[in-house]
Structures are given as structure tokens and as C-alpha cells.
Design a protein around this ligand. Structure first.
Ligand code: IPE
Ligand code: IPE
Ligand code: MG
Length: 259
């Protein structure tokens, strides 16, 4: 049970005042629909990726202003290596340009930037260097943590955690959800509260599989390059309407449990 769930249950029992329906602590976005955005304009898919930059900055600013503490953006999956070489190359250049261009703004906003994944040798060394520099520059910031999932695969993270656990010599009886999670990359990352997948697609696509176990999901129809701060805020509003039970039951206002 998470701290938040425990406190909601306690609030429902009347032991503490009910907490305000807060903003999600950790929001994760599957930034989908760039190719379709371009196709609708008879443009190459790469134009859709280029147009995505504005949305990325808009969403980062909106999340920070709303008080979201952790924002994760899915930018490139381990499966995206199946795309044409020209598209992959474009994405690598684009991400490098975006990282270099926006590093001062991210730092000025107090945002700690992390990249999750980044293990494939096909990642250009120049990009890896710029990302390492951004992580160092912003490493002490605490206003918000931005995790960019890049060359990320949820299954790979789980397999790597299992390997790391075995290497550490932990006896099997000592393996718990907590000790296992401690071997995932960035183990201080809290569970995802809300996943937003744009473009209407309703799939997980191997994204942060461990961390999304009890996330709420919303599927706005907007394609990622058309998605803007008001759309993001609407997703936060939708989240506030959800009743999160984490498998338990919340007593209703009369103190009776629901069937
Ligand atoms: C998401 O947009 C961006 C990446 C996966 C890099 P897509 O490129 O998947 O766009 P669609 O789904 O083809 O429209
Ligand atoms: C998921 O989108 C990956 C990213 C947004 C980076 P995809 O467009 O690659 O996923 P599928 O192929 O529709 O599952
Ligand atoms: Mg897609």
C-alpha cells in the first residue's frame, strides 16, 4: 500500500481530515502520434517528430506549474530500433539538438533531468555526452524530476534488475518487491500515478512496466504535436475524478463498505 493510499484510507475512516484531491505525484506520457500528424499534412514522418518539440516544452512547463513532482516522457523505445535508419538518425539528431537548446531553460526551472535506458551501442557518442552533461548540470535540482525514457524497454529493465540482484548474491528468500525494485534503474522513482498516451492508441508498448502497476490511464485523442498545456491539465482533471482503490475498498460516506 502506498503512503498516499494509506492516508486516503485513514481519511475515509475519519481519523484525519480528508486530503485535497491532489495532483498526481508522477505523470508519465507516451508521446504518440507524430507520424500520423505528419501524414495528415502529407509531410514526411520526421516533420511530426520536429513538431513534437513544442509539445514537450509545453508539457514540461505545465507539469511543473501544476506541482507535478515527477514527469516521465517516453521518447524512444527498444522496439523503435526497428524503424527505418533515416528516421532513427533524425530522432538522434533531434534529441541532441533539443537537449543542447533547452538545457539552460530546464536548469533555470529547477528541473532535474534523467535519461532512462540509453544502453544501446547505436546511440551516437555525441548525444550520450550531451545527455550526461545535462544530467550533471541539473543533478541537484529539486523542483521536478524529468525522466526521458530513451532507448527504454520495461522488460529490459526488469531483466537487468534480475541480473543485478543475482550478481549481488541475495538469497532467493530475501527477494521481495522492495529489494527487487531497488535494482531497477533510478530506484528512487515513485510509482507512476497517471499515464497519458496521446493519439488515441491504447497500448502500454513496453513502457515502465514495473512502475505503472497501479497507474491510472488516460487516452486523449490529440496527436502528440497537437497536444498542449490545456490538454495536459484536462488529463490531471480526469485523474482527480478517479477513485483509486489499489485492490482494497474505500468506505463510503456512511461508513459502509461498497460491495
Ligand atoms: C511517437 O510518434 C514518437 C516515437 C515513437 C519516436 P510515432 O512516430 O509513433 O507516430 P505514429 O504512431 O506513427 O503516428
Ligand atoms: C511507443 O510508441 C514509443 C514511444 C512513444 C517512444 P510506438 O508508436 O513506437 O508504439 P507502438 O508501435 O504503436 O506500440
Ligand atoms: Mg506510434
Amino acid at each position: 500500500m502506498t503512503e498516499r493510499h494509506a492516508s486516503r484510507l485513514a481519511a475515509a475512516k475519519g481519523t484525519v481530515p480528508p486530503e485535497p484531491r491532489e495532483v498526481p505525484r508522477h505523470v508519465a506520457c507516451v508521446m504518440d502520434g507524430n507520424g500520423r500528424w505528419a501524414a495528415r499534412r502529407s509531410l514526411p514522418r520526421t516533420s511530426g517528430h520536429r513538431a513534437a518539440e513544442t509539445t514537450v516544452i509545453d508539457v514540461i512547463e505545465a507539469a511543473r506549474a501544476a506541482g507535478v513532482g515527477w514527469l516521465s516522457l517516453f521518447a524512444f523505445s527498444t522496439e523503435n530500433w526497428r524503424r527505418p535508419d533515416t528516421e532513427i538518425e533524425f530522432l538522434m539528431h533531434l534529441v541532441r539538438r533539443v537537449v543542447r537548446k533547452h538545457a539552460p531553460l530546464l536548469h533555470a526551472r529547477g528541473i532535474r533531468c534523467r535519461f532512462l535506458g540509453m544502453t544501446d551501442p547505436r546511440i551516437p557518442p555525441g548525444l550520450a555526452r550531451d545527455i550526461a552533461d545535462l544530467m550533471t548540470l541539473t543533478g541537484k535540482n529539486r523542483q521536478m524530476t524529468l525522466t526521458v525514457a530513451f532507448d527504454h524497454g520495461g522488460r529490459r529493465d526488469i531483466v537487468e534488475a534480475a541480473r543485478s540482484l543475482i550478481r549481488s548474491g541475495v538469497p532467493s528468500e530475501a527477494v521481495t518487491e522492495e529489494s527487487f525494485a531497488a535494482h531497477l534503474p533510478f530506484p528512487d522513482t515513485p510509482d507512476v500515478d497517471l499515464v497519458i498516451r496521446t493519439s488515441g492508441e491504447q497500448r502500454i508498448s513496453n513502457f515502465m512496466l514495473w512502475q505503472v502497476a497501479y497507474a491510472e490511464w488516460v487516452f486523449p485523442p490529440a496527436l502528440w504535436p497537437d497536444f498542449r498545456a490545456p490538454d495536459f491539465l484536462e488529463c490531471l482533471h480526469t485523474y482527480r475524478q478517479r477513485e483509486r482503490r489499489f485492490g482494497g475498498v474505500l468506505p463510503n460516506q456512511n461508513g459502509e463498505t461498497r460491495s
